[in-house]
Design a protein around this ligand. Sequence first.
Ligand code: ZN
Length: 1030
Amino acid sequence: MAGFVLKNRRTTLERAEKFISAEYFTDINLRGRLFGACCPVESLSYFLTPSRILYENAVMQEFIPAKVGDSFGPTWWTSWFRVTLTIPKAWKGEEVHLVWESDGEALLWRNGIPVQGLTKEGEKISYVLTEKLTDEEPHSLELYVELACNGLFGAGQGSMISAPDPNRNFTLYKAELVVFNRDVHELLIDFEVLSDIAKHLGIENQHSYQALYTANKMVNACDVEDRSTFAEVHRLASDFLQQENGKSQHTVHAMGHCHIDTAWLWPYEETIRKCARSWVSVLRLMEKNPSFIFTCSQAQQLEWVKSWYPGLFTQIQEFAEKGQFVIVGGTWVEMDGNLPSGESMVRQFLQGQRFFQQEFGKQCCEFWLPDTFGYSAQLPQIMQGCGITRFLTQKLSWNLVNEFPHHTFFWEGIDGSRVLTHFPPGNSYEMKCKVEELLNTVKNNKDKGRVNDSAFLFGFGDGGGGPTQDMLDRLQRVQNTDGLPRVKQSSPETFFSILEADTTMLCTWVGELFLELHNGSYTSQAKIKKGNRKCECILHSVEVVSSLASVQKDTFEYPSSQLQHLWRLLLLNQFHDVLPGTCIQPVVEDAVKFYEEIQSNGNELLKEAIQCLLGGSEQETGKNIHVLNTLSWERTEVISMPRLEGDEVLALIKVPSVGFATVTKPLVPPHPVIVNSQGDGSVLMENGILKVAFDSSGRITSLSHLLYKRETIPDGCCGNQFVLFDDVPLYWDAWDVMDYHLETRKPVSQVVKSLEVVCPGGVRGSVRYSIRISDSSKIRQEIILDACCPYVKFKTEVEWHEAHKFLKVEFPTTVHSLNATYEIQFGHLQRPTHRNTSWDWARFEVWGHKWADLSEHGFGVAILNDCKYGYSVHRNIMTLSLLRAPKAPDATADMDHHQFTYAIMPHAGSFQEANVIQFAYNINYPLHIVPAEPSVSASSFWSAFSIQSPAVVLETIKQAEDRQNALVARLYESHGSTVVTWLHTSLPVKQAIWCDLLEQPMTTKPLSITDFQIQLSFTPFQIRSLLLTF
Ligand SMILES: [Zn+2]
């Protein structure tokens, strides 16, 4: 009765696990037989360089001898190795690998082309020299290894997200030739899968025991010294694994993936090499595994590889043609989902989809953003407008408070657009294809009974790396094994088509996908936030003015290639670890450099376009000026006018929409600003619209709306109150601000310099003061009230040198409302001001764009800003988040001098009726002032476009892509209303036709143009684009 043994579950399972252990008993177990004979490489030499250089350049350098065990560095340097090797003739018939085991990330070059990524952390240490050695093939080779002195996750000092250790060294552990025993490898996978099934199906599942006893039988049958026993062992495993499922089993659609952060704990430039290392390895896997499908997003990364590794890029295109290398996402980078403007989001898709069309002959059908910190409620409409109806992410599984209720559902935006959305239920984008992950995918699925298919993204990610052969082998074993989900390698197209075939049971989630984590990222790295907002505004202005110039002046050439370059830089910086401010210092430096380039080149382009459109120049000394407005409404504002004497004078002027005014005489304000200093150091200012009182430390003690006769500040409270919080998150420093920080509120009120009057009234009243935050940090502020202006403006400078502190400014109000409104991309949404449910209080810190508003019927208060994104409105207190002081991953984050402007605007009626939206734009888009030629002597106005309804914003005017004599005008409904209105243009428009966000005509029927007017209709928050031909 041999073999009839009572089996203890634990010892039996552990016996099978030890049989393949890489740690225990390797002298006698199966794992120890994976490699056969080995021999060292023939010679090894190296040279070190601080920069990332091309192969051609590297191989010309002088190499010096190196040996296994040596270390190389420091951090961010590159060590290039020349490796010569000779494969022993005696290994004929064997599979031979070069094993390269080192710290850092290596790329192997053969005959001048990259052939394999070799990164220990990504479980890639061997390169297949030959699958079966023959006498004919060359036995002696010279190879190069480019070793980047950084890990997959950079070089954090002490912990992954700490600032990088600049002095790290990287050791070479192994460089040798080995005989690889493929049959042993196959058995190892068999054993691993069987043991995992036994372990993870659990004791209540009989199949678990069947797997366990099969594995045990395999150990008994396997004689590691006698390879003739292997076939029988493999057969035992196959017999078990091929017991099939019933028809109702869930199907997991496995897709290879390699999330590469475009910059994060390493600089942009290293990402270029990460792409090469990761993708060249993917191609090797594709050659061996014809059913392997790999999904790849981010046009920018492909564009980098195209210019740095053209040969590799051609191979990628070939595998894309075969359907194995699948482009997804449609965007330029995987951008932050909250902070980019609406137009920026459109450009992410426009630049992305155009690149994919050009290089791969097709556009993406699914938006792909697995790792971004929340998703704007305007994204569904933007996706739909860019040819995308499907969306994949998983980041909401990181929610700290509430578990998101779906994995497959329709996501509906603020305008009612819907996209089919899928969160892979494994809650990860870097699976290793283990049995446990497959089982969790089925178990976690929140839409059981509605959906029987889910996506499964596998491959090392974040720092790159991607899938491995082991992962593919695991998948191969369990394609249809009773008790496990069915596993298929599918493209996103196949997967989403299956979902689309039956959506009758799917639920719909309306509004934003808010990530209940990482809310500090709305504020961290203020310089990056400011750069983003300023550059968005500059590019808007350059496009508007260049468009007008190109229509009005034959001689003007629209700077399309320069604009494409600048837009791409801006879009790059919107990557989901850069714009959120969650990257290391070198990335911040690069980002700031790109913003400076956009600003200086943008201003240059703007100047050229203005000069062409208006004449005049900086050098002119005429006493009159042209004032240019790129926004789609008339503006009456106080500007600073240059004078012949060289100094400047404040003047109230009026400028038409999308046009200019030539000003010879400023307006006389109907109600000049009156400034009154009181004996106690307080100051009163009044402009006929508002009356505001400040105490000597710059706080607002009273703010009255004169027309509505309404006080804004509650009794005994102060507006413009700076407050400081302790800001120590649990781990993710630059990312997270935790709910408990609210318990540490401390008002900042120690006066350094009391309030004093700067502008005594007339067209402008202003005061200034400074207060102390700490020994090393202080705030200086000029508070401005202009004639005809319905808001009080705070021009703020902060010297900020703190650790783990959060600076905000508060405005307590007399407004009672259950909801506050926040501007988002092309619209706005509401969030509760109370903390009833966990979904409400999880949003203690939220994001918004240029304004937030708290209104009751007939009256409200808005906060406007020129470069901030973090807000909170709790009960009646409105708070704008200003500066944080995280220390990881950039130890120097935000330690600097900061300048920003915000404003408080009490208003009668709704915020829509009070034009809060327009005033917030005005603060962000300054009027452009150009001295007129001396010959100009009369005032004049010219407007290119105007819109009858204040609900409709003309956001963008740009030259149409690839079309002669055509402009695109993008408009959106901003009030949340259904509108029929007229667009008036003084330009000689020949034809107007609706187009989508990728600028493709949506119909063949042009709109009728009567007396320079086009009738337009909008539904709430609808974004519509017109293709105008001239
Ligand atoms: Zn990421």
